[in-house]
Write a protein that binds this ligand. Structure first.
Ligand code: NAD
Ligand code: IPM
Ligand code: MN
Length: 362
């Protein structure tokens, strides 16, 4: 008898550059795990929104595009950005409107060392980097408020207004406290710049202090973002869960990924924790025009993002299976160039698929 399969509707946006390459790799892995597990089905709809399409049509997201995305259970995104379109046009044309309109107000970025992958830090041992960065994802320095006067003159004057609301800060911080509570070490570090920025950042400090009494089991500390970069390098083991503003979270997550081996291995989840809208899963890296089309892109950041998506959708068995397969592949030193190896995107992907299929047969 064939039992009822769980169906998940997934919107897929490959985007630009290596976004399309790592998406193709990830879909192959997803198809394989779907067959291996057998109890769920991913109904994929591909959206070809990209910079190339923008150059032809004048828009990234067509009319009703966001409404159509909202009918899915989750979104998988590659990356957007092209040398042919200014970055502020492409990102405000595609990625940022999705995060904002679908209320994906936290961006969760777990970063850890994969077995067999070494850190560029000489003294860093296996397990020293195992962090979760919880990044505010809806406002702050990315509020999009500001303007420019006399743009084409030597008197050009621009403002870029950061907006910090108690609601925006508190919901992100609560998510971070809950994340810290769910982890063994029960540690949470707040990152700000409240020495130089005396309003918004001070509000972040205050909200953090006001929430601590509700989470007595969490040990908390605070870092200024400049000193935080030093601590990440010199004492990585002292950190566990980290909460930061939109911009600070963006910057320290690239650093974190590089310290764990490469920007090419880190996933991210743009979550609407209320689950009223679909969440979006994407690697933290960009479209990497310098290596696009060469088959060199590391697909792990996007494949691990798909693992996070499967967890969010309740498909734990499938997510565990992919993670086990990735661990086998990295231990065997089948690594792309960014991790010091010689394997191509295709070779890494095929090795993951082989190990998924093999574990099913044995
Ligand atoms: P990037 O992350 O694309 O690349 C930075 C460096 O890391 C490059 O040398 C690149 O080759 C390397 N790299 C990145 N991902 C890799 C991978 N998976 N495997 C191997 N090497 C990898 O950042 P950038 O160069 O600052 O940005 C390029 C474009 O991407 C810009 O248009 C930018 O705005 C955009 N961008 C988009 C997103 C997104 O869509 N989420 C994120 C970041 C940057
Ligand atoms: C990321 C990216 C984006 C961000 C850019 C491309 C707008 O760097 O997802 O980390 O800053 O959020
Ligand atoms: Mn970034």
């Amino acid at each position: 008898m064939v039992s009822e399969q769980r169906v998940h509707k997934i919107a897929v946006i490959p985007g630009d550059g290596i976004g399309t390459e790592v998406t193709a790799a990830t879909l192959e892995v997803l198809h394989t795990v779907e067959r291996c597990v057998g109890s769920f089905q991913l109904q994929l709809t591909e959206f070809d929104w990209s910079s190339e399409k923008y150059l032809g049509k004048g828009f990234y997201i067509p009319e009703n595009g966001l409404t159509s995305l909202a009918t899915h259970d989750a979104i998988l995104m590659g990356a957007v950005g092209s040398p042919t379109v200014s970055d502020h046009i492409s990102l405000w044309g595609l990625l940022l409107p999705i995060r904002k309109s679908l209320n994906q107000f936290v961006n969760v970025r777990p970063v850890r060392m994969l077995p067999g992958v070494s850190s560029p830090l000489r003294r860093c041992k296996d397990g020293d980097i195992d962090w979760v960065i919880v990044r505010e994802n809806s406002e702050g320095e990315y509020a999009g408020q500001g303007g420019i006067s006399h743009p084409d003159s030597s008197n050009a004057t621009a403002t870029e207004v950061a907006i910090f609301t108690r609601i925006g800060i508190e919901r992100t911080m609560r998510f971070a406290f809950e994340t810290a509570r769910s982890r063994d070490r029960k540690k949470l570090t707040l990152v700000t710049k409240s020495n130089a920025q005396r309003y918004g950042m001070v509000l972040w400090d205050r909200v953090f202090e006001s929430l601590q009494s509700e989470y007595p089991e969490i040990s908390c500390d605070k870092m200024l973002v400049d000193a935080m970069t030093v601590r990440m390098v010199q004492n990585p083991r002292s950190l566990d869960t980290i909460v930061a503003t939109n911009l600070h979270g963006d910057i320290i997550s690239d650093l974190a990924a590089a310290l764990a081996g490469s920007i090419g291995i880190a996933p991210s989840s743009n979550l609407d924790p209320t689950r009223q809208h679909p969440s979006m899963f994407e690697p933290i890296h960009g479209s990497a025009p310098d290596i696009a089309g060469k088959g060199l892109a590391n697909p792990l950041g996007m494949i691990i993002s798909a693992i996070e998506m499967l967890k969010w959708l309740g498909e734990k068995e499938a997510s565990d299976k992919i993670l086990t397969a990735i661990n086998l592949v990295t231990v065997s030193q089948i690594l792309t160039r960014d991790l010091g190896g010689t394997a191509t995107t295709k070779e890494v992907t095929e090795a993951i698929i082989r190990s998924l299929v093999y574990s099913e047969q044995s």
